[in-house]
Design a protein around this ligand. Structure first.
Ligand SMILES: O=C(O)C(=O)C[C@H](O)[C@H](O)CO
Ligand SMILES: [Mg+2]
Length: 402
C-alpha cells in the first residue's frame, strides 16, 4: 500500500485544528491530528515543507520504519513541533493499517482490555458555590470523575475558569494577560475541595489541575492540604522540566500526582516514572509521537505501576480523541481519560463514531480510529490566529507560568 499523496488541512470551526490526510494507491485514506495550540502553523509548515515530500512512495504499512525515519532522520530530535508532526503521520498510518485490515484500531494494538473508558469531565465556576453547582451538574450528566477549578477571590482571570459559555483558553489574537498570586490560590483551593467533597460525598472521583503555577514546596503544601478530600489526582503541581522537583512533593504528600500533557517524548517521562514520583502519565497521541510512541511510554509506566491519564482538552481534535480512545481501550495500565466535549461545529467537521454514556466513553467498531473530516465544511472555517494567555504575578508583574 503506497503513499501517493498527503495533505495538511487547517480549519477553525470554533478553534484551530491541523489535520494530516494521507492517501494511498489502494484508495484508502488515513487521518492524524497535528494540532499544537497557539503554534498551529509551525506544525503545518513542518509537515508541508519537510515531512510530506519524504512520505510519497513509501509503504504505508511500515509504520515503525517511517516513525524512525522521521525521528532519527531529522537529526534534530524531539520538541513539540517535531513530535506533533510525527504523531500526525503515525496516527494516519495506524488508521490506514486498521482500515486495510478491516478492523477497529484497538484490535491491532492487541485487542480490548476493558469494556469502556472512564473519563473525567470539567466543572468550572466563578467561585466555590458556582463550582459546587457545576460539579453536581456534571454528576447529574453521569460523570463519575470530575475536575473542579474555581475562580480565586482577588484574581481577575484564572486558568480553567470560563467566562460564560464554552471554555476556550486560546482567546486572543495576541496573548491576553492573567494575574497570579500563589498565596491567594493556596488559601482558596483547600476550601473549594472541602465544599465540593461535602456536596458530592465519597464516591465521585475529584481531580484538580494546578497548571504549573506552584513552586515545589507550595505544591507539597497543597497536596498535603488536599489529602482529607481524597483526590484522584493533582495535576501539573509544578513545572516538570526538572523532574527532581517531584521528589520533594512526594516526600510531603500522599495526594496522587499526574504530569505530562506538555511532554512530547519518553525521555521527558523517564525519570518521573522510574523514580515513581508520579502516579499518572498525561501524554497523549498528538503531542507525544502518535500511537507508536505513546505505547512505549505506557509500557515503561506499567513497570512502575504508573497509569495513563491522556490529555483530552478541546484543543486536541476529535481525530486525537478517536485514536486515544482506541489506545485507552487496549492499554493494560489505563487510569482515566480527560474528556471535554467539542463544539457542535467541530463535531460536524469531524464525523466520528465514539460516544459518551454514563461517565464512560466508547470507541466505535468501524475500521480505523473511527474519525473522518468533512473537507468541504472545514474549508468554510479558515484559520484564525489565537494565543494562549500569559500569567503575571499580581504584586509586581513578573512573568509566571500560566
Ligand atoms: O486539559 C488540561 O488539563 C489542560 O491543562 C489544558 C491545557 O491548558 C490546554 O490543552 C492548553 O492548550
Ligand atoms: Mg492540564
Amino acid at each position: 500500500m503506497k503513499i501517493t499523496a498527503a495533505r495538511v488541512i487547517v480549519c477553525c470551526p470554533g478553534r484551530n485544528f491541523v489535520t494530516l490526510k494521507i492517501e494511498t494507491d489502494q484508495g484508502l485514506t488515513g487521518l492524524g491530528d497535528a494540532t499544537l495550540n497557539g503554534r498551529e502553523l509551525a506544525v503545518a509548515s513542518y509537515l508541508n515543507d519537510h515531512v510530506i515530500p519524504c512520505l510519497i512512495g513509501r509503504d504505508a504499512h511500515q509504520i515503525e520504519d517511517i516513525w524512525q525515519y522521521l525521528y532519527k532522520g531529522a537529526y534534530w530530535r524531539r520538541g513539540p513541533v517535531t513530535m506533533s508532526a510525527i504523531a500526525a503521520v503515525d496516527t494516519a498510518l495506524w488508521d490506514l493499517k486498521a482500515k486495510a485490515a478491516g478492523l477497529p484500531l484497538y484490535q491491532l494494538l492487541g485487542g480490548r482490555s476493558r469494556s469502556r473508558v472512564l473519563v473525567y469531565g470539567h466543572a468550572n465556576g466563578r467561585d466555590i458555590e458556582h463550582t459546587v453547582d457545576e460539579v453536581l451538574r456534571h454528576r447529574e450528566m453521569g460523570f463519575l470523575a470530575i475536575r473542579a477549578q474555581s475562580g480565586v477571590p482577588g484574581l481577575d482571570k484564572v486558568y480553567g475558569v470560563g467566562h460564560g459559555g464554552f471554555y476556550e483558553p486560546a482567546d486572543g489574537s495576541l496573548p491576553s494577560e492573567h494575574d497570579w498570586s500563589s498565596e491567594k490560590y493556596l488559601r482558596h483551593t483547600p476550601a473549594l475541595f472541602a465544599a465540593v467533597r461535602e456536596a458530592v460525598g465519597p464516591e465521585v472521583h475529584l481531580l484538580h489541575d494546578a497548571h504549573h503555577r506552584l513552586t515545589p514546596i507550595e505544591a507539597a503544601r497543597l497536596g498535603k492540604a488536599l489529602e482529607p478530600f481524597h483526590l484522584f489526582w493533582l495535576e501539573d503541581a509544578t513545572p516538570a522540566e526538572n523532574p527532581q522537583a517531584f521528589a520533594l512533593i512526594r516526600q510531603h504528600t500522599t495526594t496522587p500526582l499526574a504530569v505530562g500533557e506538555v511532554f512530547n517524548s519518553l525521555w521527558d517521562c523517564k525519570a518521573l516514572i522510574e523514580q515513581q514520583w508520579i502516579d499518572y502519565i498525561r501524554t497523549t497521541v498528538v503531542h507525544a509521537g502518535g500511537i507508536s510512541h505513546l505505547r512505549r511510554i505506557a509500557d515503561l509506566a506499567a513497570l512502575y505501576q504508573v497509569r495513563t491519564g491522556c490529555h483530552g482538552a478541546t484543543d486536541l481534535s476529535p481525530v486525537c480523541m478517536g485514536a486515544a480512545l482506541h489506545f485507552d481501550t487496549w492499554v493494560p495500565n489505563f487510569g482515566i481519560q480527560e474528556y471535554m466535549p467539542h463544539t457542535e461545529a467541530t463535531l460536524e467537521v469531524f464525523p466520528h463514531d465514539y460516544r459518551f454514556e454514563q461517565g464512560f466513553m466508547h470507541c466505535g467498531e468501524t475500521p480505523g480510529h473511527g474519525v473522518d473530516i468533512d473537507e468541504a465544511l472545514a474549508a468554510r472555517y479558515p484559520y484564525q490566529r489565537a494565543y494562549l494567555p500569559v500569567n503575571r504575578l499580581q504584586h509586581d508583574g513578573t512573568l509566571w507560568s500560566w
